[in-house]
Design a protein. Structure first.
Length: 72
């Protein structure tokens, strides 16, 4: 699994990085993205719905989210 640390990045940077990383994945591969802005979770979700990807998110600490994207 590839990892993408977006801690401290403000929107739209996490979304742009997520879309770029997702476009490099082969079907079945995943990327883990760590963000610390709730707007990034929403923006990444909206950005990847246009692409073929599964999206899961979990708040792993107060104000820290782990997003898992899997390329279909």
């Amino acid at each position: 699994m590839k990892k993408l640390d977006c801690l401290g990045d403000i929107c739209p940077i996490p979304s742009l990085k997520a879309v770029e990383q997702l476009s490099r994945l082969q079907p079945g591969e995943t990327v883990q993205i760590i963000v610390d802005h709730s707007c990034a979770v929403t923006n990444i979700r909206e950005a990847v719905t246009k692409l073929a990807a599964d999206f899961t998110v979990e708040e792993v600490a107060n104000g820290i989210w782990e997003i898992i994207l899997t390329r279909n």
